[in-house]
Design a protein around this ligand. Sequence first.
Ligand SMILES: Cc1cc2nc3c(=O)[nH]c(=O)nc-3n(C[C@H](O)[C@H](O)[C@H](O)COP(=O)(O)OP(=O)(O)OC[C@H]3O[C@@H](n4cnc5c(N)ncnc54)[C@H](O)[C@@H]3O)c2cc1C
Length: 421
Amino acid sequence: MTTENRKNAASNEPLVGTESQPELESLALALEAGLSQGDLKSFYQRFRSSHLPFLSGRFARDTASLFRECFAVLHRLGGISAAAAIAVENHYYVSSAIATFPASGQGLSAARIQAVHRLLNEKRLLVANTNAKVHSGKLGEFGVKARRERGGFLISGYAAYTSLATEADLLVFIAQIEGERPAVFFTESLQGNQAIEIGPYLFPNAMIESDTRSITFRELFVPAENVIAPADDEQSEALFAFEMAWHQLLIPVVYLGAAARAIEEARRFLRETRGRDGNPLSELDGMIIDMGRLVLEYDAASSSLWLAARALADVRELPRDAGRLKRAVELSSVAKYTGTRAAEAIVGSARKIIGARVFVGNHVLSRLSQEVMFGPLGPEVSAVIERRAGRQALSELPFLGSNSTDFRRSDNAQTNAKGDA
Ligand SMILES: Cc1cc2nc3c(=O)[nH]c(=O)nc-3n(C[C@H](O)[C@H](O)[C@H](O)COP(=O)(O)OP(=O)(O)OC[C@H]3O[C@@H](n4cnc5c(N)ncnc54)[C@H](O)[C@@H]3O)c2cc1C
């Protein structure tokens, strides 16, 4: 795949909104400057004052275009700091899922989602989220509870993860309603709220720029209309799945941005450095093959990503397209699994090509080397993705059947939309 083909893998349109390009370049410079000064305030000021955080307002209900735009931003930032890009990714995946959720009808979730979408874009808010999970002795435990109180809910408890915690304005969170199922809530006042304590960095070394912190709720009151996805609403489950698909699509973009940067750094090193014979290292056949291997890994992972993005864009109306949503969720989990693993391998191989000088001075691969290993760790843990694939392969249907190998074909969406439902 040539660079141009790679850019156009998803469609014939330019990869990134060309209008966004100057703002994106200026944001990238602000990120580089902020990292060298150890302070990202100016980066976030630049981000907020641009139109980049509010792409979801422009591309509402247009998953394909919105994904392309988010790809451009996250891939670029991921090549500078995967950690900072992860903070931005958390804003993008929530705001994008809300902007493109194709619920039909007048369901409660649909109306609330519309309201949050308007709020984010009209007030130009950044959004953080927490799945309310805790690191306890039992996997999957929720740390946040909601108690019904007149006109709303009282929220209490602790959550391990919130990225963008000290920059975001609005927080979307899950809480377990007492005696009921978990539901999704939001609060518009994350900062300076006496009922919300933003804790110290969860990752105090690598990934510090993701601004990931624990969070504690102390009897935060949220009115009933701040429940985005009520436990008993028929659209809530589809919203969870749709949002997860967005998240698993955008996470690998960040880390593939780091991988692309690693390939670029290896390219520069090999072209600019001469061997003992005086010839550029880039002319050594072994190096050419090594670079080819990295590019092929990158291309394979990117192809999986764009295939999954197209599958999500095919979800145009719910519940009608429930089968397509299932396929998009599966493909996005494949893309996340493949993309984050490939990125880790590519950055590691590029580091070996360049050698110890990666850790000299302020080399970008020093930071990216420490950050890229976080890719495979979430949101879905690898064991869950592997088990799903293993179960499918071991079902009574043969692997060489329409439920296994064929579902990966991009031209097969319609068949599977019916077959998988
Ligand atoms: C940099 C970063 C930023 C994040 N930011 C946010 C954020 O802003 N908001 C948010 O809500 N979350 C955030 N997360 C959390 C993320 O969404 C996942 O919840 C998290 O990464 C899951 O990893 P864990 O180690 O906490 O999982 P755990 O569930 O604690 O799993 C730990 C380990 O147990 C094993 N395991 C777990 N489940 C299974 C299973 N079903 N079967 C077999 N083995 C299993 C696996 O080996 C797994 O690695 C962030 C994570 C990272 C790494």
